[in-house]
Design a protein around this ligand. Structure first.
Ligand SMILES: Cc1cc2nc3c(=O)[nH]c(=O)nc-3n(C[C@H](O)[C@H](O)[C@H](O)COP(=O)(O)OP(=O)(O)OC[C@H]3O[C@@H](n4cnc5c(N)ncnc54)[C@H](O)[C@@H]3O)c2cc1C
Length: 283
């Protein structure tokens, strides 16, 4: 029998007080599903620093579920990053998502730690084994990668430098995930001990999804793209089609033994709750 994967949710920090309140009620609803943890994104170059710190603290105070702040390194210096690591340790945080980040347009200068690999090494140097570290992985290649091989080398290096797991960019083609998983096996990565977690993006809004996919290099297969465009503003049609597509993707991944799924929640309850319940992840 195939065992059910663990699951987690990602939040981004709300911009307004009202959005912050709404996020807490989203947290309450999703927390009832008993996820492994919630992660909170961080704007590269410190652009959401205060908001990320605020929501991380609020979530820790609100429930017992583990909270994993994202940390990015591009554009930051070591002193700032060390300060953040010490702060998170003092808050009792034990898990981080370590990323390079993308600098907001106009901001230049890579900083002292230009790549996620440098950040993973720095976290291990500064904080030892205190944190469980998750890094990013790209089944369809990072858009700036020189080649698929180069990108896989980069991921292998991140595991070897001390990452405990990686979370993929979202994808709708299960084979791209399976191909990356099998490539990692061939490269000597034990994906039971150092899992490749599937990043799952529920589909609720065509325009935002298509724009985002184009910018981060995620492929939207033609049968999905065309139908989303045909639905126009028919939100019910988008929602039902989106649920069907993502449910089938997750079903296939579960049958293939995916160890865990990380839902890009977009700070929403319904699409995530519906998927988790329909897939029987809480059973
Ligand atoms: C699960 C997940 C969560 C995310 N959360 C956030 C977030 O909270 N905040 C945020 O700003 N962004 C976030 N991102 C986006 C991420 O920051 C971007 O995709 C970013 O462009 C790359 O980050 P990385 O950690 O994969 O970088 P890296 O692993 O450093 O790779 C970045 C690129 O550089 C290449 N590369 C690596 N080493 C070298 C080298 N020595 N020379 C030349 N090229 C090299 C790699 O092949 C790749 O193309 C997230 C992405 C994922 C998948």
């Amino acid at each position: 029998m195939v065992s059910k994967p663990a699951f987690s949710f990602e939040f981004f920090p709300a911009k307004t007080e009202q959005g912050g309140e709404k996020l807490l009620s989203t947290y309450d609803a999703l927390n009832q599903l008993s996820p492994s943890y919630f992660s909170v994104t961080y704007g590269a170059g410190g652009s959401t620093r205060e908001r990320t710190l605020g929501i991380v603290k609020a979530l820790i105070e609100r429930g017992d579920t583990e909270v994993a702040p994202h940390m990015s390194c591009i554009g930051d210096d070591k002193v700032e990053i060390a300060g953040l690591l010490d702060h998170y340790k003092a808050l009792g945080i034990k898990r981080l998502v370590a990323l390079r980040g993308d600098l907001p347009s106009g901001q230049v200068g890579m900083g002292e730690l230009p790549f996620a690999l440098d950040l993973v090494k720095f976290i291990r140097e500064h904080s030892g084994d205190h944190f469980r570290i998750e890094v990013a992985a790209y089944p369809e290649m990072h858009p700036q990668a020189r080649s698929f091989e180069f990108d896989v080398d980069n991921l292998v290096n991140k595991y070897q430098a001390g990452a405990n797991a990686s979370i993929t960019q979202f994808f709708y083609n299960a084979d791209s995930y399976l191909y990356l998983r099998d490539t990692l096996h061939k490269r000597g990565i034990d994906t039971v001990a150092q899992p490749l977690v599937a990043g799952i993006m529920p589909i609720t809004n065509s325009r935002n999804l298509l724009r985002f996919a184009d910018s981060c290099g995620a492929d939207i297969p033609r049968y999905i793209r065309k139908q989303l465009m045909d639905f126009g503003d028919d939100r019910t049609a988008i929602r039902e089609f989106g649920f069907d597509v993502v449910y089938r993707l997750c079903e296939r991944l579960i049958a293939e033994g995916v160890p865990a799924m990380h839902f890009y929640s977009m700070n929403k309850v319904e699409p995530n709750k519906r998927l988790v319940e329909a897939l029987g992840l809480t059973d």
